[in-house]
Design a binder for this molecule. Structure first.
Ligand code: SF4
Length: 267
């Protein structure tokens, strides 16, 4: 062996593993029975049918991520009354990943359904960028909330302006801010009911449903993204990390809502 080779430091086993990239989040395996999953699916269908029967203009706000694709699939493969009674829309913030945009096309192809897109007011975006910069949301919680207000909350208000009820894909397990999430609540600000039909679903049940029904999903889920929002405010998470750890990762756990679900935050 040459003298030069002798000088190359040899890493011990523990040191070597610390150089490997950390394992990323991956969809969990479902360990329950098929019957239990089918019962959960039947309950979801009943919940959606009940909402469609009670309201004329129910709207489902889809983020196009995993949970929302379960609800979208259950609506679009549901009865004609459910499919016609609950319209699906998304907030096109202008900062979404290409992979998220691809889901819109996949839904159109798979179900023959065009998800309606609500975009922010261009003037408000321009003013924000002029004052705070394109990525000013990294600088403070106020600047972040202002950006979410312009790109998400105001378009959501427009999307729901004629709705008599709305739905989300939120689950209790997703975050400390969602621990008490009920199936039905009142959106005090809008004065209409708000439904969380997956409130009591586990992450494993969500993925078991998606696999079982071959639902099109965002390609980012296969790259370590359990939760997906705007591109600059979302990153992959490590295995074992909180599923929403990659959303606004520079903020505290208690403030991680974009204003769409303001009632989740305890003031
Ligand atoms: S998630 Fe980020 S980019 Fe998207 S609206 Fe909120 S602050 Fe703006």
């Amino acid at each position: 062996m040459s003298a030069l080779l002798n000088e190359i430091p040899v890493l011990a086993e523990g040191e070597l593993s610390s150089l490997r990239p950390p394992a990323l989040w991956a969809p969990p395996e479902y360990s329950g029975s098929l019957e239990a999953l089918q019962a959960k699916e039947a309950e979801l269908s009943e919940r959606l049918a009940g909402i469609a029967a009670r309201f004329f203009r129910a709207r489902f706000a889809s983020s196009l991520a995993a949970e929302d694709m379960v609800v979208t699939d259950a609506i679009l493969r549901g009865s004609p009354a459910v499919r016609a009674g609950i319209r699906v829309f998304t907030l096109q913030t202008g900062r979404l990943h290409a992979e998220t945009m691809a889901v819109l096309e996949a839904v159109d192809k798979h179900y023959g359904y065009k998800i309606e897109q609500f975009t922010p007011d261009p003037e408000a975006v321009e003013n924000y960028v002029r004052k705070h910069g394109l990525n000013g949301f990294y600088d403070s919680l106020d600047a972040r909330k202002l950006c979410c207000g312009i790109r998400k909350v105001e378009p959501l208000n427009r999307a729901l302006s004629h709705a008599d009820a709305w739905l989300t894909g939120q689950r209790r397990e997703q975050a400390v801010t969602r621990a008490d999430l009920p199936f039905e609540e009142v959106d005090e600000g809008r004065g209409i009911p708000k439904f969380n039909p997956l409130a009591d679903w586990s992450e494993a049940e969500v993925w078991a449903y998606l696999k079982r029904h071959r639902v099109p999903v965002n390609a980012l889920h296969a790259k370590g993204y359990p939760s997906i929002g705007c591109e600059p405010c979302t990153r992959a998470v490590r295995a074992g990390e909180d599923v929403r750890a990659g959303r606004w990762w520079w903020e505290s756990k208690d403030s991680k809502e974009c204003g769409l679900h303001e009632q989740n935050i305890k003031h």
